[in-house]
Ligand binder design. Structure first.
Ligand code: GLA
Length: 407
């Protein structure tokens, strides 16, 4: 009898082990910024199974999967406008006739992972059901479908918006931990209410600004009006504005809790090659998630080359997980910017020309206080600096040079 109850106790312990691991945070998710593709920027709420099929094929044929992109993220619109009669989330039956569980299996079979979008309010931003008050039920649904990632948004109706974001986003964090599945949690709170002070305690990543647009410099909202360039605008942020906002906050990032600069617009916008490289270099070196937002079937060869540049991706995935920091003392306000940060074996320097015309820039590398340079390579051109103590050269319009410095 005693033997039987000991056995039953043992079986119970074995059964709850995965749960204990998740609750105690014994998970390796998010140790480097996540990489993948998201449907929103290119497809809005029309994402469907055919689009996902194309993504699976193009991940392979364009070399994206090999470069490290593995999450396929269905943003707003994947779900029906209504819950089931007994209150469960369900897929939009026209767009995903075979349902989400089958899709997750298909993606897993291809070595990829599936992410869904949800909302901390009553509704999502495109008026699908939100999870406010349904957190545990929805987290369990996601887990039962085999979902690997949840992007959780900030829309959703008066009552939910009056609750502090820590409560709304925290409720889903707890629900995911109870779901029994390791699900990456991407908090999307648009940088309101200073998430760099609390987002890291809740999500594996958290958005630090309103939505990005296809504009490199100009916008109608979201501009930095003061030196402290933060809670400005819910959407319409240009690439340069998002970079400028990071000047104030990249220091708050901690490993495993990445500041999310929003999805990449490479391939959507009419950016020059320099602009695409600047966009990608800053997202990578600031340790933002690298989430492609384009229609992959329309990517130019240049865009594919930027998105799969191994040396730049390696900065993003570097084991130290340290974002670059804005170096005001070496920059010229409004003209060019210098950012530096440590990477394994040395450090990295980003030199950005924020003007539409070329500028001559010079920088003494040994003055940066990060050690004495032994070898310096500019990563986009793969060229070695002959004099590793000093850079003197011309930066083209909106160009960013990325120097990897061995010390
Ligand atoms: C918000 C988010 C976007 C996208 C849309 C979907 O605007 O910030 O990234 O998810 O909602 O409706």
């Amino acid at each position: 009898m005693e033997h039987k109850s000991q056995l039953s106790l043992l079986l119970h312990i074995v059964a709850i082990l995965p749960f204990v691991q998740v609750v105690l945070g014994g998970t390796a998710l998010g140790q480097t910024p996540q990489m993948g593709w998201n449907s929103w920027n290119a497809f809005k709420a029309t994402v469907n199974y055919t689009v996902v099929q194309e993504v699976i094929d193009l991940f392979e044929s364009l070399g994206l999967k090999k470069a490290g992109y593995n999450y396929v993220l269905l943003d707003d619109g994947w779900s029906s406008f209504n819950r089931t009669t007994d209150g469960y989330l369900q897929a939009n039956a026209t767009s995903f006739p075979q349902g989400i569980e089958a899709l997750a299996k298909e993606l897993h079979g291809q070595g990829l992972k599936l992410g869904l979008y949800g909302d901390s309010g009553h509704y999502t931003c495109a008026w699908r059901p939100g999870s406010w008050g349904y957190e545990e039920r929805d987290a369990q649904t996601f887990a039962s479908w085999g979902v690997d990632y949840l992007k959780y948004d900030n829309c959703g109706g008066f009552q939910s918006m009056t609750e502090a974001p820590q409560i709304r986003f925290g409720a889903m964090k707890n629900a995911l931990a109870l779901s029994g599945r390791d699900i990456f949690y991407s908090v999307c709170e648009w940088g309101y209410q200073f998430p760099w002070h609390w987002g890291g305690g809740i999500g594996h990543s958290y958005r630090m600004s309103g939505d990005i647009t296809t504009s490199f410099t100009n916008e109608t909202s979201c501009q930095c009006k003061t030196a402290y360039c933060l809670n400005t605008g819910y959407a319409g942020c240009s690439v340069l504005t998002i970079i400028n906002k990071m000047k104030e906050i990249s220091q708050y990032q901690t490993r495993g809790h990445w500041l999310d600069m929003d999805m990449l617009e490479i391939g959507n916008a009419n950016f020059t090659l320099n602009q695409q490289q600047t966009h990608f270099a800053f997202w990578a070196a600031l340790k933002s998630p690298l989430i492609i937002g384009a229609d992959l079937s329309k990517l130019s060869n240049d865009s594919v080359a930027v998105l799969t540049n191994q040396a730049i991706i390696a900065l993003n995935q570097d084991v130290l997980g340290e974002p670059v920091i804005y170096r005001e003392e070496f920059s010229k306000e409004g003209l060019f910017q210098v950012w530096t940060g440590k990477v394994q074996g040395g450090f990295v320097i980003l030199l950005l020309n924020e003007k539409s015309y070329p500028q001559t820039v010079s920088l003494v590398l040994s003055d940066l206080g990060l050690g004495s340079p032994k070898k310096v390579v500019e990563l986009w051109s793969d060229e070695k600096l002959t004099n590793c103590t000093k850079f003197d050269g011309i930066l083209e319009s909106y160009q960013t040079l990325v120097f990897k410095v061995q010390t």
